[in-house]
Ligand binder design. Structure first.
Ligand code: UDX
Length: 447
């Protein structure tokens, strides 16, 4: 008999996981406590921009024409408990207001709402990014509050999906990590992931704390790589070097590698910044804070990049005030192929210049609606060309393909001054210079 799967929390992670589980052939029931989200998903609509996700949902949501019918949605925990053999917990763990620590209230309330309905042997699988030690605590909670007692087991199975690649990362993960306490839990997870395992995806079995730590340490490592190259960019600025060449050159050493060494305005989004902060907070609670003090530096290098971009723009405008200056900003999302503006470096830079009196006009291919909501007082244009019209300086802050494919000559005709600042080191300097622009990138004063 094939397993039935419930997915609790249908945000980024949950909606993608639910659709992917249906794609793998399971009957899936997604649960969320927000009615509008459920209504949308039932119509096959995704509440965010994620390439390929809407197509995958529509392929499986029950009631939609031509769908497999394997994916349904509910708001009822009793129904989810009765339905699922395996329950995935995919709710978010944002940064707590005014603190570094993660807010566990959504995870806790998901488990608390599910537990009293768990009357038969079952496996609850946490996927959310949590402070180490949470799984141990939640396992004890389940055993104490589920009518099934110890037979309502817990496992931890962190998710590594990247926004913009969520579908592919979920269907074809580069590794599956499971923290388990019994052979039964491992066996159930091997059944769930039988297809990717058969495709050759490594399946790492470990204990709870290690599974929890894998996620936070992976994100810390990635953040460290980015801040490392941004620190090198600062040195290149001072020494007259070229950080893009430097990254290329050190990247040929396959112990270092080329990926995540693009210097620029740094990392943002809903994961990296809050995960490294929550990790520091948790290490402090465990008495291991010294081990992670370097992450404080990683965080501050990252935040400094935003200010440096603002200063680069100020210099480009003659070094004085932004008052009365027109600044075009290309990009609002924290990265391309996403409409997510959470802790977006691009929007942060745009906001800083605006707050200093600059007339900022933003364009982003997908992030406009979210950006407007967060920063309603910025100017917004319907296209890159309209954002650039009349601008004294143009800032390239999110590396959308669409921006790389812009014709600098066309933009040159409408800009008031032809100065482009590349905050992502992603444009082709030769192309822009050939069209008459002054091109300047972070960490490449002479390039
Ligand atoms: C990240 C992790 O990659 C993923 O494994 C985890 O599950 C969730 O967090 P995501 O938030 O989608 O995924 O973003 P990611 O692709 O890691 O990029 C993070 C930020 O770093 C972006 O703002 C991006 O622009 C920036 N970045 C990335 C750089 O500044 N330079 C680089 O070389 C790479």
């Amino acid at each position: 008999m094939s397993l039935k799967i419930s997915v609790i929390g249908t945000g980024y992670l949950g909606a993608t996981h639910a659709a992917a589980m249906a794609e793998l052939g399971f009957e899936v029931l997604g649960l969320d406590v927000v009615a509008e989200k459920i209504d949308k998903l039932r119509r096959g609509e995704v509440p965010m921009y994620e390439p390929g996700l809407e197509e995958l949902l529509r392929k499986h949501v029950a009631g939609l024409p031509g769908s497999s019918g394997r994916l349904r949605f509910t708001m009822d925990f009793a129904e989810a408990a009765a339905f699922g053999d395996v329950h995935f917990v995919c709710v978010n763990t944002p940064q707590r207001h005014g603190e570094y620590a993660a807010d566990m209230s959504y995870v806790d309330s998901a488990v608390a709402s599910l537990a009293p309905h768990l009357t038969r042997p079952t496996l609850v699988v946490g996927k959310s990014t949590v402070p180490v030690g949470s799984a141990d605590r939640l396992a004890a909670y389940l055993a104490a509050h589920a009518p099934a007692g110890e037979a309502a087991e817990l496992a931890w199975n962190p998710e590594f999906l990247r926004e913009g690649f969520a579908v592919d990362d979920t269907l074809h993960p580069d590794r599956i990590v499971t923290g388990v306490r019994s052979a039964r839990a491992e066996e159930l997870l091997r059944q769930v992931y039988a297809t990717p395992i058969a495709d050759g995806t490594p399946f790492v079995v470990t204990d709870f704390p290690t599974a929890e730590l894998v996620k936070t340490s992976a994100n810390s490592f990635l953040a460290t790589k980015i801040s490392f190259i941004n620190a090198m960019a600062e040195v290149c600025e001072a020494a007259g070097g070229d950080v893009a060449k430097l990254a290329e050159a050190i990247g040929h050493d396959d112990r270092i590698g080329r990926k995540f060494l693009r210097a620029g305005i740094g990392f943002g989004g809903g994961c990296l910044p809050k995960d490294i902060r929550a990790f520091m907070a948790r290490a402090g609670e465990l008495g291991a804070d010294q081990a992670l003090t370097f992450l404080r530096e990683i965080d501050s290098i990252n935040m400094r990049q935003r200010g440096q971009m603002v200063e680069l723009a100020r210099q480009a405008l003659g070094g004085g005030s932004f008052l009365g200056k027109r600044v075009a900003v290309l990009g609002a999302a924290f990265k391309p192929d996403s409409d997510d503006v959470r802790d977006s470096p691009a929007l942060n830079v745009a906001g800083q210049i605006h707050l200093q009196g600059g007339q900022v006009t933003v364009f982003d291919p997908k992030g406009m609606e979210n950006a407007r909501r967060v920063f309603p007082t910025l100017g917004y244009a319907d296209s890159a060309l309209e954002a650039v019209r009349g601008a004294d300086v143009v800032l390239h802050l999110t590396e959308w393909r669409e921006f790389r494919e812009l014709d600098p000559r066309e933009l040159g005709k409408v800009a008031s001054a032809q100065v482009i600042l590349d905050g992502r080191n992603a444009l082709d300097p030769e192309l822009w210079r050939a069209a008459g622009w002054t091109y300047r990138a972070m960490g490449r004063p002479t390039a």
